[in-house]
Design a protein around this ligand. Structure first.
Ligand code: SAM
Length: 317
C-alpha cells in the first residue's frame, strides 16, 4: 500500500522478527535484514555524497530508503524539498520526528511503501544509500521514469556498482552495463568500506552517478534487451557460435512469423528455419560481426547490429 504519511502511522505494516539490535545516536532500533537496513554512520561519507550530488537550492530530491534520516538531514540543507520513500514504518516515524524537530519541517514528504510499487512524483535528483536487494529493478525504474531527472547519486554493493560502470573488455562488463549505459552515463565516484555502516554489511560498497540521456534514445527497449540477453548468454563466445544454435534460430523464426502476422504482412511460406539461419549468418557477415564477442563490443556495435537485423525483418521479441 502506498500512502502519503503525515503524521506517520506506526504499526501500519508488520515488520519481520529483528535479527540485529543496533543503537544509534537518535534511537534504539532493531534492524530488519530483509530490508537491507545498514545505516550510514560516517558523516564524512554523507557529506561527500551530498557534495557529489551537486544540488541546487531549487531542487526536489528523491531519496529511496531514508532509514532514520542520516543522509536526509544533510540533503535538506542543500535543496528545496526531499521526497523520501521508506518501506519500514518504524524508520518513517523516526524520520518524521527528526525532521519535525529541525528547521526543515515543511520541506519533506514521506511516502510509506515499497519503492518498486509506488508511483513516483516529479524530482530533479535522486540521492540514496539504497537497499541492495532491489538494486537492479531500482535502476531501471529510475531510468524509465518521465520526465527524465538530472542525475542520481546512489550507493550500491561494490560489485554491482562496478558492473554498472564497466566498459567493453572489463571482467565485469555484462548485460547490466550495456542496458544501463544505453540509457545513461554512469560514473564511479567512490568506494565505501563496510565500517561506515551500522550494522556493517557483509560486502563492500561504492557510490556511482547516473545521468540519464535526455532525450532518451529512440529504441524499442524490449527488442534491445532481447538481443542483449542473447548476446550475453555467453559473453565470450563468438556471435557466429551463439546465433547458429538451433534453439536460437527456432526462436528467431517464430518471432519472424509473429512479426509478419502483427504487421499484416503475408506469412511467407518460403521462410524456413534453414533460410532463417542463412539470413542471420548473412547479416552477421555483412556487419563483420561473425567473430565478435559481446565481452568486447561497444553499445554502438550492438545498436548497429540490431538495426541490420531489423532491416531484414529479424526481431527479438
Ligand atoms: C541501506 S539502508 C539506508 C538507510 C539510510 N538511507 C542511511 O543511509 O542511513 C536502506 C533503507 O531502505 C529501506 N528499504 C528497504 N527496502 C525498501 C523498499 N523496497 N522500498 C523503500 N525502502 C526500502 C530500509 O528500510 C532502509 O531504511
Amino acid at each position: 500500500m502506498t500512502s502519503l504519511i503525515r503524521p506517520v502511522k506506526i504499526g501500519a505494516e508488520k515488520t519481520k522478527v529483528p535479527k540485529t539490535k543496533t543503537v544509534t545516536k537518535h534511537h534504539e532500533f532493531q534492524m530488519n535484514k530483509t530490508y537491507g537496513q545498514h545505516l550510514l554512520k560516517n558523516p564524512l561519507i554523507i557529506d561527500a555524497i551530498v557534495e557529489k550530488s551537486q544540488l541546487k537550492s531549487t531542487d526536489i530530491v528523491l531519496e529511496i530508503g531514508p532509514g532514520t534520516g542520516n543522509l536526509t538531514m544533510k540533503l535538506l540543507e542543500s535543496c528545496k524539498k526531499v521526497i523520501a520513500v521508506e518501506i519500514d514504518p518504524r524508520m518513517a516515524a523516526e524520520l518524521q520526528k527528526r525532521v519535525a524537530a529541525s528547521p526543515f519541517a515543511g520541506h519533506i514528504e514521506i511516502i510509506l511503501g515499497n519503492f518498486l510499487e509506488v508511483e513516483l512524483p516529479y524530482f530533479d535528483v535522486c540521492v540514496a544509500n539504497v537497499p541492495y536487494q532491489i538494486s537492479s529493478p531500482l535502476v531501471f525504474k529510475l531510468l524509465s521514469h518521465r520526465p527524465t531527472f538530472r542525475s542520481a547519486v546512489l550507493m550500491f554493493q561494490k560489485e554491482f556498482a562496478l558492473r554498472l560502470a564497466a566498459n567493453p573488455g572489463d571482467n565485469l562488463y555484462c548485460r547490466l552495463s550495456v542496458n544501463t549505459q544505453l540509457l545513461s552515463k554512469v560514473t564511479h565516484l567512490m568506494k565505501v568500506g563496510k565500517n561506515n555502516f551500522l550494522p556493517p554489511p557483509k560486502v563492500e560498497s561504492a557510490v556511482v552517478r547516473i545521468q540519464p540521456f535526455n532525450p532518451p534514445p529512440p529504441i524499442n527497449f524490449v527488442e534491445w534487451d532481447g538481443l542483449i540477453r542473447l548476446c550475453f548468454s555467453r559473453k565470450n563466445k563468438t556471435l557466429s557460435g551463439i546465433f547458429r544454435v538451433k534453439s536460437v534460430i527456432e526462436m528467431l523464426h517464430q518471432n519472424y512469423k509473429t512479426f509478419c502476422a502483427l504487421e499484416n504482412k503475408m506469412e511467407t511460406d518460403e521462410m524456413t528455419e534453414e533460410k532463417m539461419k542463412d539470413l542471420v549468418i548473412r547479416v552477421l557477415e555483412e556487419n563483420e560481426s561473425l567473430e565478435s564477442r559481446s565481452s568486447k563490443m561497444e553499445i554502438n556495435d550492438f545498436l548497429k547490429l540490431l538495426n541490420k537485423f531489423h532491416e531484414v525483418g529479424i526481431h527479438f521479441k
